[in-house]
Design a binder for this molecule. Sequence first.
Ligand code: KIV
Ligand code: ZN
Length: 412
Amino acid sequence: MSTPVPVSEPNVDRDRVIIFDTTLRDGEQCPGATLNVEEKLIIARQLAQLGVDVIEAGFAIASPGDFEAVYKIAETVGTADGPIICSLARAIKADIKAAAEAIKPAAHGRIHTFISTSDIHLEYQLRKSRPEVLAIASEMVAYAKSFCDDVEFSPMDATRTDPEYLYEVLEAAIAAGATTLNIPDTVGYSTPEEFGALIRGIKQNVRGIDRTIISVHGHNDLGLATANFLEAVKNGARQLECAINGIGERAGNTALEEIVMALHVRRQYFNPFLGRPVESVAPLTKIDTTQIHKTSRLVSKFTGMLVQANKAIVGANAFAHESGIHQDGILKNKLTYEIMDAQSIGLTENQLVLGKHSGRHAFGARLKELGFALTELELNSAFVRFKEVADKKKEITDWDLEALVNDEIRQA
Ligand code: KIV
Ligand code: ZN
């Protein structure tokens, strides 16, 4: 093991959560989502607008294009008041050197190095023993530290690693100078309770852990990525690694918009876990939530990855109401069926989608918006016609409505 170096306190407020965006690295590992340098640069600029704390801009050694993207993002987005620009590197000297070169132009750069620690990965992938991997982790963190103060270390497949061995590796990484310790649920295997307990165990058993930031990295194979993160925050994690629209390997990474909005909408529930007064309404992250929708559209357009209509927060239906009862409630008071404002994620308004479940109230409100001033009698008979049409069509457009009302007026 290398000689331990003193670790300085990371300069962050412990009562807020750091958002580490990996759309351009793990997100791009999604089949078919490859981005060119220019597209990555445009997305990185938007991520800075969104207010993420860290941009994992790529895996510098992976290809000349990835190196160039990290370098250019470091140069243009990595300004003094901009986000930390990070490159991934295996626990291999050549990787770490390439990462260090690529992030050089950034005012705040980070090297993120990783090695697997689960027995299954050690046996079949690395073909190395536990002591060998421990020594490599320590040596490579120290090597990364020789280029950059800000070093993140990830024991890959942490959630399937023997916890006692995990603690040992993390302690060695801290002693070698790691400032952020990231706990990846690489295969999306963990459950919320288990993940929370793992973070709690790390906080209680790893010497020096309080001088570092505990980070978590999630995959959504069981659809539990966001729930796992919320438990991690409750147990001491202060950095969350996520991707826009939840893109990434297999079922994807934890979706940035989900975890950010969960912490935003339920901030009073989470306040005590971050040592804040319950009643505080101050945001828990630095994200400008009104940039979420725009960022989601941009990433979807460049990656070609469509967002499912019922996707939480950014799906086309996330703020759309079709049923009559819901539409009636929304028109009277939005809080009846909405837990967050469409405007809070950058949409102009919620949508009342007219279909066969819609009620007279929503129908009348839409006609008013379209400029029709109908009498009570006209409205009643137009509504009967509307229900007939709605039985035959999935969704009624404004054109349908105009045609329908004009017919009604002609017949009157
Ligand atoms: O899923 C994973 O383990 C990773 C690491 C490189 C952090 O993406
Ligand atoms: Zn990952």
